[in-house]
Design a binder for this molecule. Structure first.
Ligand code: ZN
Length: 239
C-alpha cells in the first residue's frame, strides 16, 4: 500500500511538472492563434491555485489576448499613454485582455464590420484592480472612475472601450474624443449631426448583435452582461 502511494504521488508530481512547463509555453501573450482558450483542467487549476500566489495563477484562467496582427482589431490603449482624462499613464504598457465570450463577440463584430469597410479600435479592455485603485487615488470621483471597492466590468474583463475605424485604420468621427465626459459623449444624446449619429449606430448595432451593450454616459463603452466573472488582479507582462 505504501509503495502504491509513492507511485501515485510521483505520477501527480510528474503531471504537475508537465503542467508548469505547458503553462509557461502557453503564455497568452505569445499565443499564435487569433484567440486562444487555455485548457483549464481541474488538476491544473487546483495545483496552480495551491502553490502559486493568487496574482500568478489567476492570469492563466479564461483570459484571451486581442492581438492586432491576428485579429485585425486595432489597439490604442489610452491608459498606457497620457491621452486620457487623468493626463498620465497608469498601465505599464498597452495590451488588451478580455474573457473568452467577449473575445468571440469582438471577433464576430470585426468580421461583420470589415465587410462594410470598417473595423474596431480598442481604447481599453481588462483593467487590473490595482490599476483601478491607482486611478481612484488620482481621481476619487464616481462620476469618472468606478470605486475599486465594488470593481467595474473592465476589472472583470467584461467591458471594452471601442470606436470604429475605416479601411485605412483612421478613426471614424463619433462626436467627441475618448474619455471626454460631456453631454455629447452620452450614447443617448441625439443633438448631433446626422453623420455622427449614423456612425454611433453602426457601432452600437453590431455590438448589440453579439451581446455587447452600451452604457448611457459613454458612447465608447460596451459591456458583456450575459456571463459573470470575478475581478482580476493580475497585470500583463510587457516585453
Ligand atoms: Zn469603459
Amino acid at each position: 500500500m505504501k509503495k502504491f502511494n509513492f507511485t501515485y504521488y510521483f505520477f501527480f508530481f510528474y503531471l504537475f511538472i508537465i503542467n508548469l512547463s505547458c503553462s509557461s509555453q502557453n503564455s497568452l501573450g505569445t499565443a499564435n492563434k487569433p484567440y486562444f482558450r487555455l485548457p483549464v483542467y481541474a488538476s491544473h487549476y487546483q495545483i496552480q491555485k495551491a502553490i502559486l500566489p493568487k496574482y500568478q495563477w489567476e492570469k492563466n484562467l479564461n483570459w484571451i489576448e486581442i492581438i492586432p496582427a491576428k485579429t485585425g482589431i486595432l489597439l490604442d490603449i489610452k491608459y498606457a499613454t497620457k491621452e486620457n482624462f487623468l493626463n498620465r499613464a497608469v498601465y505599464p504598457c498597452g495590451k488588451c485582455f478580455v474573457r473568452p465570450e467577449v473575445a468571440e463577440a469582438l471577433l464576430k463584430a470585426q468580421k461583420e464590420l470589415q465587410k462594410k469597410g470598417y473595423g474596431l479600435k480598442l481604447f481599453d479592455c481588462y483593467r487590473p484592480l490595482r490599476m483601478q485603485k491607482k486611478m481612484w487615488k488620482i481621481k476619487p470621483d464616481p462620476m469618472y472612475v468606478a470605486n475599486p471597492s465594488q470593481g467595474s466590468m473592465h476589472n472583470r474583463g467584461l467591458a471594452v472601450d471601442v470606436t470604429l475605424v475605416d479601411k485605412t485604420g483612421k478613426e471614424i468621427p463619433m462626436g467627441t474624443a475618448y474619455d471626454s465626459f460631456e453631454k455629447k459623449s452620452h450614447s443617448d444624446y441625439k443633438n448631433l449631426p446626422a453623420k455622427i449619429l449614423k456612425n454611433r449606430k453602426i457601432l452600437s448595432e453590431v455590438m448589440h448583435k453579439y451581446g455587447l451593450e452600451p452604457i448611457r454616459t459613454e458612447w465608447w463603452h460596451y459591456s458583456y452582461r450575459k456571463k459573470k466573472y470575478p475581478i482580476g488582479r493580475w497585470v500583463w507582462d510587457c516585453d
